[in-house]
Design a protein. Structure first.
Length: 308
């Protein structure tokens, strides 16, 4: 596939695409005029996969509370060439510096400018991508003041300007409505044949494992409960949904927060690889939950066919 996320994103769903697709509704490819909605778009791995794989998606809506992220999506969609020009300049300057210490100084200068706020959208988006590509582990993290504070990454040859990905993504995004704000505003976009994929900030498995500082507002258990009530509302309206989150029950078998919260829905488990942890021993395979409000999945459908 030509299109892929133009930024790195912690918790991105690229590695889970096959497992997620198996848990789509069994008749998804046969539905007509589908509206696809992602209220927490992040890096957009699922978005770009769905738009390329299912031509029956006639329109899509993405949303995120992070205005720099959604502005960047708009610039990729509406002004890809201007964004490429700005990124090429940043890339040329960065690579001309050679040594890590000079590159670090350049990185910190750009981080300070980015945190000034109020920049013109193209410059802001170019810096957003530049910092994402050159910071430590491709993280996006802000402090309580909303300032980006990830340290320098010391990558040998980062791809700062991925021209072909930006141009390819721009074509796909032409039929995508881009919103900024709380996830509940996507309710007004529900149509006759709507499918939601939710990838909210994950509930932490422990007090030290939390990484959901994508926005200064945070996302706590009250927000998780509010999201569940939102899922109830869209179910009442006839929309299907799929929702990813952490598998809290897997920690010690006692935290049944999601099992109780989504007790009337279907819960599956998928396997992901954790790459972001300060302790190497805590990286590796872990399960995540996948919640849905429809019965028959593509995976179940294929199993049924094998039995015939």
């Amino acid at each position: 596939m030509d299109s892929k996320p133009f930024i790195k994103w912690v918790g991105g769903k690229g590695q889970l695409i096959q497992q997620l697709e198996e848990l789509l509704p069994d008749d998804f490819s046969e539905r007509e005029d589908v509206t696809y909605i992602e209220p927490f778009v992040g890096g957009g791995a699922m978005l770009f996969y769905m738009l390329q794989t299912y031509p029956n998606i006639s329109s899509a809506v993405i949303n995120d509370i992070n205005p720099d992220l959604t502005t960047c999506y708009r610039m990729v969609r509406d002004r890809p060439q201007d964004l490429i020009t700005e990124l090429e300049q940043l890339q040329e300057e960065y690579f001309s510096l050679g040594k890590d210490e000079k590159r670090k100084e350049f990185y910190l200068e750009k981080r300070t400018r980015y945190n000034l706020r109020g920049l013109e959208p193209i410059e802001n988006s170019a810096l957003f991508i530049f910092l994402n590509r050159t910071c430590f582990n491709g993280l996006y993290r802000v402090n309580k003041e909303g300032l980006f504070n990830v340290p320098f990454g010391r990558h040998a040859h980062p791809t700062i300007c991925d021209k072909f990905t930006i141009l390819s993504d721009s074509k796909l995004l032409q039929k995508v409505d881009i919103l900024t704000g709380d996830f509940e505003q996507t309710l007004r976009k529900v149509g006759e044949n709507t499918f939601f994929y939710f990838d909210p900030p994950y509930r932490p498995l422990s007090n030290t494992s939390s990484f959901n500082d994508y926005a200064r507002e945070g996302f706590n258990d009250l927000d998780q409960e509010r999201l569940k009530r939102f899922c109830d509302r869209i179910t009442t309206l006839g929309a299907d949904f799929m929702l990813s989150n952490s598998d809290c029950l897997s920690k010690d078998g006692t935290d049944s927060f999601f099992e109780e919260l989504y007790s009337q829905y279907f819960i599956d488990r998928v396997w992901a690889t954790r790459r972001v942890n300060s302790q190497a021993s805590k990286r590796g395979k872990l399960s995540e939950i996948l919640i849905r409000n429809y019965h028959t999945t593509s995976y179940n459908y294929r199993l049924d066919l094998k039995e015939v």
